[in-house]
Design a binder for this molecule. Structure first.
Ligand code: NAD
Length: 293
């Protein structure tokens, strides 16, 4: 029987984690959010509050629904506080060793029947599942950014994921008013397998001097009808996440066409990770974004 999910834990209170907690609470789930850095939990909750207020002002959510949803979200200072969750979604930094450690720790506190999911953009679900005591109850639930606005969720079964876990996950994302696409467990799944090489190529285009930041983004917005330019999108995703995904593609598929652009590596080494650090291909510290090259 598929497990009925009532209480959801979210690990990682960054841009994706707070978005996941946001949509879960609005859909009527009790949510507990945990981060290694307690300040990130507090800032995540403030972001959720602000984003729901925007939805109220747009008329897509009522003030009453906002108040009810906010009351459903609790802070989990320790992973032990997630002990009675039915599903825990990990959305921490895109590093395999970080995620494996989180899952190993979680298995010690969760009920044996609880489900585990990762919001990883690229890392093997089968490998992450193998680090747990319940590979059959482990699945990839890959949300898109920004979570409250984007309709798609990719569902990725690991080799051992059982049918009940898949069914529970389908019911869960449907209740969030999302549409799922099923992807096989290969590096970066569907969306990022296609999107990230395009972004990496845009960074090569900048690196080789084919165009400036401004020209590249304008060209793809007006010439390919993309809603935002690829460099703007890279800043939005986070350059550390973009690099991590390219590294997974490069290592996992062993093809030089996935080689991360050295300029991307340089930005990450500088700590210029995009919007979340106020600087990436654009500088966001002033009134409007200014290209950094
Ligand atoms: N950014 C995107 O567009 C996007 C889209 C889909 C999926 N994802 C995936 O979502 C995940 C999170 O990405 P993000 O953009 O929210 O990153 P982020 O940098 O905004 O947030 C990551 C959070 O993880 C926390 N963290 C790190 N180690 C931890 C640990 N051991 N325990 C608990 N918390 C820990 C950090 O403190 C931080 O708050 C990644 O796996 C990423 O690939 C990102």
């Amino acid at each position: 029987m598929p497990l009925e999910i009532k209480k959801v834990g979210v690990i990682g209170a960054g841009q994706m984690g707070n978005g996941i907690a946001h949509v879960c609470a609005l859909a009527g789930y009790d949510v507990f959010i945990h981060d290694a850095d307690p300040d990130r939990i507090r800032s995540g909750l403030a972001t959720i509050n602000g984003n729901m207020a925007k939805q109220v002002s747009k008329g897509t959510v009522t003030e009453e629904a906002r108040q009810v949803a906010l009351a459903r979200i609790g802070m989990a200072e320790r992973t032990e506080d997630l002990a009675d969750c039915d599903l825990v979604i990990e959305s921490a930094t895109e590093k395999e060793e970080v995620k494996r450690k989180i899952f190993t720790g979680l298995c010690q506190v969760l009920r044996p029947d609880a489900l585990l999911a990762s919001n990883t953009s690229s890392i093997s679900i089968t490998r992450l599942a193998a680090a747990t005591d319940r590979p059959e109850r482990f699945i990839g639930i890959h949300f898109m950014n920004p979570v409250p606005l984007m309709e798609l969720v990719e569902l990725v079964r690991g080799i051992a994921t059982d049918d009940d876990t898949f069914e529970s996950s389908k019911q869960f994302v449907t209740r969030l008013h999302k549409t799922y696409a099923v992807a096989e467990d290969f590096p970066a799944f569907i969306v990022n397998r296609i999107l990230l090489p395009m972004i990496n190529e845009a960074i090569y285009t900048l690196y080789e001097g084919v165009g400036s930041v401004d020209s590249i983004d304008r060209a793809m917005k007006l010439g390919a009808n993309h809603p935002m330019g690829p460099l703007q999108l890279a800043d939005f995703i986070g350059l550390d996440t973009c690099l991590a995904v390219m590294q997974v593609l490069h290592e996992g598929l062993a093809d030089s066409k996935y080689r991360p652009c050295p300029l991307l590596v340089k930005y990450v080494e500088a700590g210029w990770l995009g919007r979340k650090t106020q600087r990436g291909f654009y500088d966001y510290r002033g009134e409007k974004p200014v290209p950094t090259r």
